[in-house]
Ligand binder design. Sequence first.
Ligand SMILES: Cc1cc2nc3c(=O)[nH]c(=O)nc-3n(C[C@H](O)[C@H](O)[C@H](O)COP(=O)(O)O)c2cc1C
Length: 354
Amino acid sequence: MAGNTFGTLFRLTTFGESHGKAIGGVLDGCPSGLELDLEAIQNDLDRRKPGQSAIVTQRKEPDTVEFYSGIFEGKTTGTPIGFAIHNTDQKSKDYSHIKDSYRPSHADYVYDQKYGFRDYRGGGRSSARETASRVVAGGIAKQVLATLKINAFVSQVGEITLQKEYKELDLTLTESNPVRCPDPETAAKMEEYIKDIKKEGDTVGGVITCVAQNVPVGLGEPVFDKLHAELGKAMLSINAVKGFEFGSGFEGVKMRGSEHNDQFNKDGSTKTNYSGGIQGGISNGMDIYFNVAFKPVATVLQAYDTIDKDGNEVKAQGKGRHDPCVVPRAVPIVEAMTALVLADFFLLNRTVKL
Ligand SMILES: Cc1cc2nc3c(=O)[nH]c(=O)nc-3n(C[C@H](O)[C@H](O)[C@H](O)COP(=O)(O)O)c2cc1C
C-alpha cells in the first residue's frame, strides 16, 4: 500500500515530485472554526525553503503556498484543506547525469528496483521537496495546538556539539543565525564548518533537538500507538533521518533506576524529567524532548564510483544545487511533524472519556 498519508483523525496526504508542476497536500480532519494565521504558515515555509542562506542549496524557490479549499473567510470549515506549492526553479538538466546510474546512499536504486520506473529529476518523490507540504500542514496543526510551544533547533553539526541543555538556552535565538542553533558562539563555529564542507563539495550530518511544552497529560494511545512510538515514526519518515532518541535516550542506560526515576511533586509533576514527558506511551504533562539525527546527505559534488542500471561499474560526477548540511532547513520539518502527531493525539484523546 502506498504510504502517502499520515495521521488517524488529523490526516495529511501529500502529493508531488521535486521537478513536477507542484507539490501539495490534502489535510483532512482539521476542526472547523479555527481562525488561520496564513502568514505564520508561510513563515514556517520560508524557514524551510532553499536559497535562504549561503549554507543551504542555492535552488531558488519562493515556496509560496496556495490554498484551494477548506478555508472560508479566514476560518477552517471542517472540510478537507487542499493546498499546493508550485515548483518554479527546476533545472532538470542538472540531473541528466544520474538518469542511468544510481547515487550511492540516495533512493535512486531502490525506487528503480521497486517501481521499475523512476522520475530521476531531483530524486522525484524521494526528494525532500515533499517535506514542504508537511510544513504547511504542521503549521495548521500548530494553530490547533495554540497553547503548546513546539521549538526545534540544531544541537550538533558533525563533531561540533552544543554543550548546553535546552533549559539553559534562550530558544528565541534559534532564528538569529542561518544554522538555527540558539547558542550564537556554537552557531558561528557550525556555520564556518558547513562552509568548509561546502567548499570541498562534501556533506555533513547533524542533530536537531525538539522540545514540546505545555502538552496536556493523556496524549498517546497504548499499546501500539504510544506517543513516543508515533513521534519516532514521524521523525524517521523525514528524509535523511538515521536516529531518534527521546528523554534520557541512550545516555540513560548508564544510570541506575534509583537515579533515573522521576520523583513526583504533590501536583503530579516530576522533580526530574528523564522520562522525556512520556510514560507508558502517554504524555505526563512534563516537557517532551527528543533528538533527531540526520546523516551527511548523499549528493557530494565530487567524482564517485557507482553502478548503472545494468550493473556496470561507472564513474559519475555530483552536480546541481544541493545542501551541504540539511539540519538548518530541517528544523521547521521536525516541528511540523511534531505538531501533526500531537494534533492527531489531541483529537483522539477526546474520544477516551465521557
Ligand atoms: C531539508 C532536506 C534537504 C535535503 N537535500 C538533499 C540534497 O540536496 N541532496 C541529497 O542528496 N539529499 C538531500 N536530502 C536527503 C534525501 O532526500 C534523502 O537522503 C534521500 O531521499 C534518501 O533517503 P534516506 O536518506 O532517508 O534513506 C535532504 C533532506 C532534507 C531533510
